[in-house]
Design a protein around this ligand. Structure first.
Ligand code: SF4
Length: 341
């Protein structure tokens, strides 16, 4: 590991006083950054220690929504969300990620910024455009079983690894940022991540010195919710495919639906085409198939991950049918909702 200096942030108002340059990194839980530093993939000359950041570990619930401090740990957020029916999908997503020990350290802000787990990104002996722009992408013709099918480019096909971000995207969350100049700005999570295009090293819209201060989730009932994650092991594994979904039916019509997919996109994937087909229409298996097939029309596979479109289709159908089934069992939904095939 290279030598580095350490600065400490005591409060949000102190950001302007920091000595920030392109080689400075914010250190929150350190569950990803420290590994990257050990591998010499990240070589900051200066770290800003956020562990003493006052007020950043709080969760505020108002009539309009929830404000989650950037330093709230994944464990704290999962426990909070577990008690809030409208955040159930977030709790499920968080608890499906990493291990207890990691969730106790990992923070809300850090989770959003964790980097891909592409094997070649961590193998400094192999070409990787994300780690070293212009060197090539080893995954394109190599092992790409865990790689993306949406949002890929000829430069990079790595997936974004976060489960939390997938659930937050389904919940229409936004990210609050303090710039190095001390200005505040809010970014919708759906606008936060960048697909690789020609610049795979740029993963989000943050500028140099920008600090995530909190995440905001608007209030809403959102109906029944589910986060379903398919992975190679029962725990401590990243998603091959995951679906975050919330569904609210009015009789047999889809009153509201929220969706996001993990393990399949270079960014947490917001399935715009599928949602446009589903919203406001009569719930049926045929409608679900039409929606997911429209989304999958844009999917591109690379050999070892050829199984992902089919797997995503099956997981999506299973999740949506189970959500409808749960609503059917609730008072006011006595009819046959999807027995029309
Ligand atoms: Fe690097 Fe992206 Fe290719 Fe992986 S998929 S080797 S991260 S450029």
């Amino acid at each position: 590991m290279n030598p580095f200096s350490v600065q400490t942030l005591g409060s949000e108002g102190d950001v302007e006083k920091l000595n920030l340059d392109a080689q400075t990194r914010y250190l929150a839980g350190g569950t990803n950054l420290v590994d990257l530093m050990k591998h010499q993939i990240e070589t900051p000359v200066s770290l800003v220690d956020l562990s003493e950041w006052e007020g950043a570990s709080e969760i505020e619930k108002t009539g309009n929504g929830y404000r989650i401090g950037a330093m709230v740990t994944n464990t704290e957020l999962a426990n909070f969300a577990w008690r809030e029916p409208s955040l159930s999908v977030l709790s499920q997503a968080l608890l499906s990620g990493a291990t207890v020990q990691l969730r106790n350290r990992a923070t809300t802000g850090g989770n959003l910024l964790q980097r891909t787990r592409c094997y070649y990104f961590y193998d400094t002996a192999k070409p990787c455009n994300k780690r070293e722009p212009g060197t090539g992408c080893s995954a394109l013709t190599g092992m790409n079983r865990i790689h993306a099918i949406f949002g890929t480019s000829e430069q990079c096909i790595a997936t974004h690894p976060s489960d939390m971000a997938v659930a937050l995207m389904a919940l229409n969350a936004s990210v609050s940022v303090k710039t190095a100049m001390g200005k505040n700005r809010d970014i919708a999570l759906r606008e936060f991540y960048c697909t690789p295009g020609e610049t795979p090293e740029r993963e989000n819209v943050l500028e140099q010195g920008d600090l995530i201060t909190s995440v905001y989730i608007p209030a809403g009932t959102r109906g029944t919710q589910h986060y379903y994650k398919v992975r190679d092991r029962a725990s401590y594994a990243f998603a091959l495919v995951s679906v975050a979904a919330a569904l609210e039916l009015n009789e047999e019509t889809i009153h509201s639906v929220s969706l996001s997919f993990g393990g399949v996109g270079t960014i947490p994937w917001y399935p715009k085409k599928a949602l446009e087909i589903l919203q406001g229409n009569k719930f049926s298996v045929q409608l679900l198939e039409k929606a997911i097939d429209a989304e999958l029309a844009d999917a591109k596979t690379f050999g070892s991950n050829d199984f992902k479109p089919g797997l995503l289709r099956r997981v999506f159908l299973s999740v949506m049918l189970s959500l409808a089934q749960r609503q059917k069992k609730q008072p006011g939904h006595e009819g046959a909702l999807y027995e029309n095939r």
